[in-house]
Design a binder for this molecule. Sequence first.
Ligand code: GAL
Length: 441
Amino acid sequence: MLSPATLALLAGAPFALAAVKADAAGKLPTLGWNSWNAFSCNVDAEKVMTAANEVVNLGLKDAGYEYINIDDCWSIKDGRDETTHQIRPDLTKFPDGISGTADKIHALGLKIGIYSSAGTKTCAGYPASIGFEDVDAATFAAWGIDYLKYDNCYVPSNWTDPYEACVSEGTDPTLANGTCLVTNTTAPPDYDWSTSNTAERYRIMGDALKAQSRTILYSLCEWGHASVQHWGSSVAPTWRMSGDITAEWPRIMIHVNMNSFLMNYNDHWSHSDADMLEVGNGALTEEENRSHFALWAAMKSPLVIGTALDKLSEVNLAILKNKYLLAFNQDDVHGKPAAPYKWGVNPDWTFNATNPAEYWSGASSNGVLVLALNSLATTAKREIKWSEVPQLERGASYQVEDIWTGKKLGCVKDGISKNVVSHDTIGFLVGNKCGKPPGRW
Ligand code: GAL
């Protein structure tokens, strides 16, 4: 029982109260599945339930994957219910409504996510939430929704920002060094983007979600605009840092390159989302799928599978279930991601979307994760030297495990040098120093 003095203190301390989290949703990067990369607008209850059942059957639930997220195109396109102003589920796609699908997903011990936009329409042109945040948040809560991805399409003119943030996707040659293209609408250097219309649009929905009596994990999808890394985590635990991923190697490298400059913003409750996974899609090779997943896990991006799980190969399933990478991504004690310690092909801190940072390391509860990517088009040697890894000591020997084979390599002195196939990533968990008692980490 709190004393009247404590209650009075709490009443006058909204910030202290706001910092108290009702549950752990959002502390760690989201693990789940989303319909968009697999099916785009062709989403329906059958596909969503197939994914949910496969998450259970394939052991992905046991590995930690939890959220089954419906993306764009789930509602009736021509508008809201005239009386209740609610968005109406498309019953031809979801015969039991979204709440019926939610019940089935919950019965599997999983959680369900939905999608809307901070504009008048979703990106595919369906009703969206600006001006209806309270109605929509209450509706989602009533349906049993656990997660909301909130997109950035159809922003009304009175809600746009007067300035542009520095956006460098790495596809524009004028941005090759990561410098901004300065125009007469570029924000002044001291502009506080947390006061922007974009931040406000996202904050309004965040407040509406917080007012509900169930936890709805909030996921910002404003594509890395409006300098979201500076204010995103004050609004939601996870924020997209870029435009859309595709199942193509060059695009995956664009995301790695951009996100490699954002690792300082990542921690528990604050996740730079490199976009949903493409493992299993398109013509990505086994090596490319491995690198994609390893880098996303190491960057502590949310890991949201985006493929048809009933068609997933054994090889790709094993990648998605890699226990070393999942443990690193989901570390309850260490919130900080891995970070590049050396660029490799390019000098350190080069903004280059073809050959981004290749050498990454990060501390975890189980040891130091070290990755080395070969971004070149041919096989090349990659040399991990303990002396260059910030968490390790020059001249020391460590117990090492290969994260792909699970093989214990025993005591390894100085480092590891290997020929790496084009677009592949080697990875090691570097544990106790040899000769030291266990528990160093
Ligand atoms: C994009 C978003 C994608 C997907 C799509 C749906 O804006 O970045 O992830 O949600 O809209 O139309």
